[in-house]
Design a protein around this ligand. Structure first.
Ligand SMILES: Cc1ncc(COP(=O)(O)O)c(C=O)c1O
Length: 421
């Protein structure tokens, strides 16, 4: 379908509301008129397979009736309440979080950036130390404090006013200088600890599985050795599962793949399947116990918002009842085989440099920038997120194996058209 004229609705919204992360005049219309399961429909392009799950959050799929019913019931029962009010829906969510994260108690926020802010505050309060180490490529949120701590190019316009961050090397890919030694990265962590003094470090903050920064598959010893070093020095391990959590990688949480238990886990995005704003900081028993007799200097007006809690309870029930983590693992494997098939296609000779990921959190790395690829995808019924040379593939976790085949076929056509363009 050709690019239609922006509608009156688009112009009205653009005149009065900002779009995120963009030069405002360059944002094209994405006017959503319908949605169901792994797809949504726009005014200009009809039905599209949602390979970004909106913002990597609509994991249960669009308009899931169970989540909608949970939210409507809470709106009718009590749509607003003070942060410390006691409500059945809050207690219910607490129990579910305990069951699925294995951690003891949660502090709830409205978004993932705030969750990481509060995780850092809690780590500082608990340890009495201040420093936080992150990976050189890592995204943990958009607020100034978190941009300062993490390693993402979205900090660039503010960098001159931020204190230098403490980074370890990415454990992927293995540096050329260390060919054959996939654990070379550990030297950079040891070096940072030695330079800064481990007794000054409150926490190491890592994404369960890196999302926007390229789905870098770590060597098998990465998480266990970070855990070991944290234990040796009394440093807290914070696992950011905001992107990778709630089944996206084929496990409830990405870190489960490496059998490591963090001290703190931050969650967001799919926590409510994107149906309402909610994120959280889940902490281990010793940290929870610390705040039984020390003040928790954290709070927000819409703390544990009742309707958001209902969305989270509904979403977690869907993930468990429909085994969406298991589905992501199984359908992800089928999808992965199709993607490997695309790599072998003569018409795409060498264009796909790499395919990696877990479950339904996958990526293709091309030999060239992806400029123009998303527009070709729209013409073939695909909504494809891209970044530099990377094509991110994160559909809702309710995708079936048959649908994965259809998405891969459309993606193949899109890539062939892109190769010829
Ligand atoms: C790994 C990770 N952490 C934190 C965030 C920030 O979450 P939010 O955008 O809800 O503030 C994101 C968002 O993309 C993320 O991918």
């Amino acid at each position: 379908m050709s690019q239609a004229e922006p509608s009156e609705l688009f112009r009205r919204q653009r005149d009065h509301l900002f779009f995120t992360w963009s030069v405002q005049s360059q944002v094209g219309p994405l006017e959503i008129v319908d949605a169901a399961g792994p797809r949504f429909a726009t005014r200009d392009h009809g039905w599209l397979w949602d390979l970004e799950s909106q913002v990597y959050n609509v994991s249960a799929g669009h308009r899931h009736p169970h989540i909608q019913r949970r939210m409507i019931a809470q709106i009718e029962a009590l749509p607003a309440a003070a942060p410390n009010a006691v409500l059945p829906i809050r207690a219910e969510l607490g129990v579910l979080l305990r069951r699925h994260t294995g951690l003891h108690r949660a502090f709830l926020t409205t978004g993932g950036s705030e969750a990481n802010e509060n995780a850092v505050k809690m780590a500082r309060l608990y340890t009495g130390r201040s420093k936080v180490i992150t990976r050189r490529s890592s995204y943990h949120g958009a607020t100034l404090a978190i941009l300062g701590i993490a390693g993402d190019d979205r900090k660039a316009p503010f960098a001159k006013d931020l204190a230098p961050a403490l980074h370890i090397d990415d454990p992927y890919p293995v540096p050329e200088a260390a060919a054959g030694d996939p654990s070379a990265w550990v030297a950079s962590l040891e070096a940072v600890l030695e330079r800064e003094g481990p007794e000054t470090v409150a926490a190491i903050l890592l994404e369960g599985f890196t999302g926007a920064n390229g789905m870098q598959v770590p060597p098998p010893d990465f998480w266990p050795r970070v855990r070991e070093l944290c234990d040796a020095h009394g440093i807290l391990l914070i696992d950011d599962e905001i992107f990778s959590g709630f089944g996206r990688t084929g496990r409830w949480f990405a870190v489960d793949r490496w059998g490591v238990r963090p001290d703190i886990m931050t969650i967001g995005k799919a926590l409510t399947s994107g149906y309402a704003p909610l994120a959280g900081v889940c902490v281990s028993q010793p940290i929870a116990a610390h705040f039984d007799d020390h003040k928790l200097w954290c709070g927000l007006t819409t703390y544990a918002h009742p309707v958001s809690c209902a969305a989270a309870v509904g979403a977690i029930e869907v993930y468990a009842d429909e085994d969406l983590p298991g589905n992501a693992e199984r359908v992800g494997a089928v999808f992965g085989e199709h993607l490997e098939g695309l790599r072998r296609r003569p018409a795409l000779a060498g264009m796909i440099r790499d395919h990696r990921g877990f479950g339904l959190m996958r990526l293709l790395e091309l030999d060239r920038p992806t400029t123009g690829l998303a527009a070709l995808g729209l013409q073939r019924g695909l909504y494809i997120p891209t970044k530099a040379e990377k094509v991110l593939l994160c559909p809702p976790l309710c995708l079936t194996a048959e649908e994965a085949g259809e998405v891969a076929a459309r993606l193949g056509d899109t890539l062939v058209a892109f190769a010829r363009a």
